[in-house]
Write a protein that binds this ligand. Structure first.
Ligand code: AMP
Ligand code: MG
Length: 399
């Protein structure tokens, strides 16, 4: 059996590229940019006032004149104006174009206006309160690189350069597959020996966070039926996330079925808890990636976050990097397996501290609602001391 580090390394060798597609501006939110974006004009595109006040010619003020006749009022959104006499001024609003023969804006707080004459109380310097044309970015420069994750900030840039459609990395087509004859749909009242299928619905919810609407298929623990339906799914989808049927049970047919269908086994079983019977492979022809998780809800959930998510981020070109938290209390472990323990995290004086949550093992899905994520503890003889830095996998939005 391989270690968690080795399993992770192997999974990451099989990242994939799903191509590109064009989507509308708002639909590109949370997607990965597949083109570089250039400034279609200077940022800002004209000298703009950053204050409400008056626009003057500073040389006039320097000559000793501090009372200016007001020629008019300039709101934002009108073309550039020009003073008929440089001894005069315009009242100017924030965002308005600076008049041609002015170079300084004095805000209302620093002037007095009486009978259409503005008298200046103070000016700190020439050119004050002006956001000069091209001072942020010049026309033609790259504003966003290919491979950038598009958040609300990038949407603002895309909007300001007039992108009504955006080229983004295509998302994979994913099917989550539940297996197990004890499972019934969420809408059905289970008989005493049955349970509602919950973990694949949880996977679908996790995928929604990645903008992916995954299909759900349920297959009974019957080898022939499994072969038939998984084979069709391999043809139709880029990724299969299976749950259940990969352990040692008499009805755990998945590893056999996958190999019979031409999915190359990269590994089966990892020295970790929970999630030890994890099976990972890639179809020899279609290159469909198959993540086959053990069915216990916590196992499925942990494996999704520690394997699938980093694999998916790298496949999208976003590049996954490890995150760490600090243990608030000592943790003693007695295991030869790498442990993933649910924790609550909190910021204390600029440090992210983690506290272990008590739970009943991999069947206890109720602990997942309390947890912000999982810490990863590799086997070692001594306890993990208070203050130790350990890898952390976030499972909640808030982290
Ligand atoms: P298995 O990996 O098929 O041996 O399943 C391990 C445990 O997880 C069993 O108790 C199953 O009933 C449970 N389980 C399997 N699939 C699901 C599912 N989709 N939702 C909730 N529990 C499941
Ligand atoms: Mg099962």
């Amino acid at each position: 059996m391989i270690t968690y580090d080795e399993a992770f390394r192997r999974v990451m060798l099989y990242t994939n590229d799903f191509g590109e597609e064009t989507v509308s501006l708002l639909d590109s939110t949370n997607r990965v940019l597949a083109e570089s974006i250039h400034a279609d004009r200077d940022f800002p595109p004209f000298d703009r006032s950053t204050k409400d006040g008056i626009a003057i010619n500073y040389a006039t003020f320097e000559k000793g004149i501090n009372a200016f006749k007001i020629e008019g009022v300039l709101p934002a959104g009108i073309p550039q104006q020009k003073l008929s006499d440089i001894n005069n001024c315009f009242e100017i609003m924030t965002g308005a174009v600076l008049p041609a023969n002015t170079d300084t804006v004095v805000m209302y707080e620093d002037i007095e206006i009486k009978d259409d004459i503005a008298t200046i109380k103070s000016v700190s310097n020439e050119g004050q309160n002006i956001h000069f044309k091209g001072s942020d970015k010049k026309e033609g420069v790259t504003l966003l690189d290919k491979g950038t994750l598009i958040t609300a900030a990038e949407i603002g840039i895309l909007a300001s350069v007039g992108k009504i459609t955006v080229l983004v990395k295509k998302l994979p087509k994913i099917c989550v597959i539940s297996t197990g004859d004890e499972l019934v749909p969420v809408s059905i009242k289970p008989l005493p020996h049955q349970i509602r299928t919950s973990n694949v619905i949880s996977l679908q919810a996790a995928l929604l966070k990645e903008n992916i609407i995954a299909d759900h298929l349920h297959i009974t623990d019957n080898k022939k039926v499994l072969e038939d339906r998984v084979s069709k799914a391999i043809d139709e989808y880029d990724i299969l996330l299976l749950s259940g049927g990969v352990s040692k049970g008499k009805f755990d047919f998945i590893p056999e079925v996958l190999e019979d269908l031409g999915v190359e086994k990269i590994f089966h079983k990892v020295l970790q808890r929970p999630g030890k019977p994890f099976w990972f492979g890639v179809h020899e022809v279609s290159k469909t990636a198959v993540f086959s998780f053990p069915g216990n809800p916590v196992s499925t959930f942990v494996n999704y976050h520690i394997y699938f998510k980093p694999w998916f981020k790298n496949s999208m070109g976003l590049f996954y990097s490890d995150k760490y938290v600090i243990l608030e209390n000592e943790i003693k472990i007695q295991s030869s397996l790498t442990l993933f323990l649910p924790v609550k995290i909190k910021w204390v004086e600029g440090k992210l501290l983690a506290n272990k949550i008590e739970n009943n093992g991999s069947g206890d899905l109720t602990c997942l609602t309390e947890a912000d994520g999982f810490i990863c503890l590799t086997p070692k003889d001594l306890a993990y001391k208070e203050g130790a830095l350990v890898p952390f996998f976030a499972t909640k939005h808030t982290c």
